[in-house]
Design a protein around this ligand. Structure first.
Ligand code: SF4
Ligand code: SF4
Length: 496
């Protein structure tokens, strides 16, 4: 205890947090480094640089569009749209100090620097200048490698036109060559391969061969390599798991409910009634976890299974401590007849709030905010995904698409040495959120970024407007932020 002397308490890794562990001092809890959670799409990793243009800031004032939430034990969550990462948690003294900036004044207390760093205050009369037209160079060139069209499951919302077709080793190598050439040419620091399909593990030998080839390329170029296998979790054998562990390859498994709900939504092809959930659970509990593999779990949330999100949260996040993401179903041409799968907003909101209640009752300390809401990321960013900039989809025949939803487009170009022009001039537009009608003054614009551009276009015929899921985002994100606030309090010993 150090009396009432103001001090700062943050979760930033370079801060001396232990200085300030007394609740009657002013302090701010923040979280800087979100834990990424795998899903089908490609999150951009080029966080925005938000700056204010002044060398002599003089007086500071409260930032615009702050979202605040009252937390237990006298804490407040304050979230600035311009914050580099997550929300800040202020104790009573810090909150009072922040409130005092309703009247512009110089930075005079130690805590003021942290309030400024979190963009809760900035120079009076100035606005932060995000740089949507000059985004920071992305670090990662991400590629969906479409290993095969084949899959043992027959999920009603799947966007893959099923067949036995698979990628050849030559095509896969050609794709990897092009990716590393493109990454070098355009200044990326790493290449990330997503082995996908269909069910990529049906051709595990090909995945292994491509991994070794990609590793050679990474060694030759000096670029970092990251990889993940996207799987339905049915076929993985012990030797596959051992290989994944030995090669430090990530694994993402889809679970759309617990028990019968998963069975209904992810049935075996031609063998309806099979307990596919039991198969996946066996893979996780008997094959993966004993070998130290903690798969990322992703749930595709629809009106049909939203009521099961709480069970998935308990099964994956609470009982097994697995990174988990909840993603909304997206309409696509192959599933257009399944009208029952279209999002019904209230069912989805209710389902996700029930999942959040489960998480709150068993609050993990491991970061989880990035997975709590479809496409919403903790780190500030201007584009929802890497489409058009840093995301390449390569079909099993070596055709290049902008998004996995566009795999089958007949005009998709063939592989070329430089892939970036092919993805930047495709049919999908992915504008920055600052140019989307309805998003410009939203508190959550640099986390949501306006939602999936394809989903917006399908619903509205326009690329430059807010997401059709906007109401869902605006309802659920404050609840997700509140959970993050409680988690930070728990990490620092102020919540149970
Ligand atoms: S879609 Fe809605 S929640 Fe998302 S940035 Fe736009 S206005 Fe905000
Ligand atoms: S366009 Fe939509 S579906 Fe495609 S990668 Fe982006 S967010 Fe995902």
């Amino acid at each position: 205890m150090r009396g009432n002397q103001p001090c700062i308490f943050t979760g930033l890794p370079d801060r001396q947090d232990d200085d300030c562990a007394c609740p009657d001092k002013a302090f701010v809890l923040t979280f800087k480094e979100p834990a990424s959670c795998e899903n089908d799409c490609a999150c951009p990793d080029h966080g925005l640089t938000l700056t204010y243009k002044t060398n002599k800031p003089g007086r500071f004032a409260q930032a615009r569009d702050i979202h605040s939430i009252t937390l237990p034990a006298g804490f407040h969550l304050a979230f600035s749209p311009f914050a580099p990462a997550g929300p800040s948690i202020l104790n009573h003294t810090a909150w009072q100090r922040w409130l005092s900036f309703s009247t512009p004044q110089p930075l005079s207390e130690k805590i003021d620097q942290d309030l400024a760093q979190q963009m809760l205050i900035y120079p009076a009369g100035y606005l932060p200048h995000p740089q949507p037209t000059q985004p920071t160079q992305p670090h990662t060139l991400t590629a969906w490698l479409h290993i095969t069209n084949a899959c043992s499951l027959d999920c009603p919302y799947c966007y893959v036109r099923k067949s036995s077709a698979r990628m050849s080793l030559a095509t896969g190598r050609g794709a990897i060559d092009a990716l590393f050439i493109s990454a070098q040419e355009h200044g990326f620091k790493r290449v990330k391969l997503k082995y996908a399909g269909g069910e990529a593990t049906l051709h595990f030998r090909l995945v292994r061969s491509l991994h070794h080839y990609a590793l050679e390329k990474a060694n030759q170029t000096g670029l970092e390599l990251r990889e993940v296998v996207l799987s339905n979790g049915i076929h993985l054998q012990a030797e596959d798991a051992a290989w994944l562990a030995a090669n430090q390859m990530k694994l993402m498994i889809s679970i759309d409910g617990v028990g019968e709900l998963h069975n209904q939504l992810r049935p075996l092809k031609n063998r309806a009634g099979t307990d596919t959930f039991a198969l996946v659970q066996n893979t996780v509990d008997q094959v993966l976890l004993p070998r130290g593999i903690r798969p990322d779990v992703t749930m595709t949330v629809t009106a049909l299974n939203a009521h099961g999100a709480a069970d998935v949260a308990r099964w994956a996040m609470i009982d097994r401590d697995l990174p988990t993401s909840f993603n909304f179903y997206r309409q696509n041409l192959l599933s257009a007849s399944h009208t029952e799968l279209q999002l019904e907003q209230q069912a989805l909101i209710d389902g996700m709030l029930a999942a959040y209640a489960v998480i709150e009752a068993n609050l993990p300390t491991r970061p989880f905010l990035d997975g709590l809401l479809d496409r919403v990321q903790t780190e500030a960013h201007a584009h929802t995904c890497g489409v058009g900039q840093s995301y390449v989809v390569i079909s099993h025949t070596g055709r290049v698409a902008q998004c996995q939803m566009y795999l089958d487009e007949p005009h998709n170009p063939p592989l070329a040495n430089d892939l970036l022009p092919l993805i930047s001039h495709g049919a999908i537009q992915n504008p920055a959120v600052d140019s989307k009608l309805g998003c410009q003054s939203c508190e959550f614009r640099y986390r949501c970024a306006g939602g999936c551009p394809l989903e917006t276009y399908r619903a509205t015929g326009r690329w430059d407007v807010q997401s059709p899921n906007c109401h869902i985002y605006k309802t659920l994100y404050p609840a997700a932020l509140r959970l993050e606030g409680l988690r930070l309090m728990k990490v620092h010993g102020y919540w149970h």
